[in-house]
Design a protein around this ligand. Structure first.
Ligand SMILES: Cc1ncc(C[n+]2csc(CCOP(=O)(O)OP(=O)(O)O)c2C)c(N)n1
Ligand SMILES: [Mg+2]
Length: 282
């Protein structure tokens, strides 16, 4: 773990948001909403906790990360670029022919990606398997996974959680991106989830709900999770779909956007302001 001042993590979040937008603006469309809502979580995870680097990917004792909600791949790519896994020009190829950055992560294509995801529910199962394998091998590295609130509709998620709890996987930390929306509407309206924390606790996990827009709150929750013993930890992040980009936050449905010229201009204004805040021009 690298101890970093909170201002550094907040700045890292701005950089991740900027390079996430850069990919979408270049491509002209994409999963804006669910990519933006995990930016603060990625900033804390990769800014402070996950110790994987381009040099140690073959080291079995390093930490692992699975983006179970794989449609948010561009936010992960922005993060991996900033961690030095590949060069900036790759970001301009998102989802294009022969790209190394497909819209959903592929571990055979992109350095730094630990698991191929996109089929909702499968990533958390794979993460549970990784954590179990590490436990059996006597390693103490941590497996982190991000799942979406809509993704929790998949029964497979609950099989994975039950298996993780049965095996006392205390080195598994699950973050739920509770942005309250899924592809075709509010999660509550589609299949009411009731209380996530109570559900995860009843499945034998430690669980708490925190402000997913605050890097301080996310940091404290992860720290708490790392100190927990004998049970997996599930942190429910209270987020906003489209987080950090006002014009997108305010849309009724921002799951997948192909913005028209006026909206692209509005998004670009916020993108350029972020660029100024991180000292990058274009
Ligand atoms: C098994 C499966 N079913 C359907 C889809 C299509 N799909 C992609 S994203 C999405 C909505 C997911 O909602 P949520 O997990 O809340 O994602 P977020 O709000 O973070 O974008 C759906 C249904 C998929 N990728 N996998
Ligand atoms: Mg959602």
């Amino acid at each position: 773990m690298v101890v970093k001042p909170v201002e550094d993590i907040e700045q890292f979040a701005k950089q991740i948001r900027y390079y996430t937008l850069k990919q979408f603006i270049t491509m002209g469309f994409g999963h804006y909403g669910g990519s933006l809502s995990i930016v603060e979580a990625l900033a804390v995870l990769y800014g402070k906790y996950i110790n994987s680097t381009p040099e140690n990917m073959n080291d079995l004792t390093r930490d692992y990360f699975v983006l179970s909600k794989g449609h948010a791949g561009p936010a992960l790519y922005a993060t991996l670029y900033l961690k030095g896994f590949f060069t900036a020009d790759w970001l301009l190829t998102l989802n294009g022919n022969a790209t190394r950055l497909p819209s959903h992560p592929d571990r055979h294509l992109t350095p730094g990606v630990d698991m191929t995801t996109g089929s909702l529910g499968q990533g958390i199962s794979a993460a549970t398997g990784i954590a179990l394998g590490n436990k059996i091998a006597g390693r103490s590295n941590v497996t982190y996974v991000i799942v979406g609130d809509g993704e929790l509709n998949e029964g497979q998620v609950w099989e994975a959680i039950q298996m993780a709890s049965h095996n006392k996987l205390d080195k598994l930390i699950v973050l739920v991106d509770d942005n309250k929306m899924q592809l075709d509407g509010p999660t509550k309206a589609i299949s009411h989830p009731h209380d996530y924390v109570l559900k995860f606790e009843s499945f034998g996990c430690y669980s708490k709900r925190v402000n997913g827009q605050s890097v301080v709150a996310i940091d404290e929750a992860i720290q708490w999770g790392l100190n927990n013993q004998d049970k997996p930890t599930v942190i429910v992040l209270d987020t906003v779909k489209g987080q950090g980009v006002k014009v997108i936050e305010e849309m009724a449905n921002n799951h997948h956007l192909r913005p028209d010229a006026a909206t692209t201009e509005a998004i670009t204004r916020e993108y350029e302001a972020l660029g100024q805040a991180i000292g990058v021009s274009k």
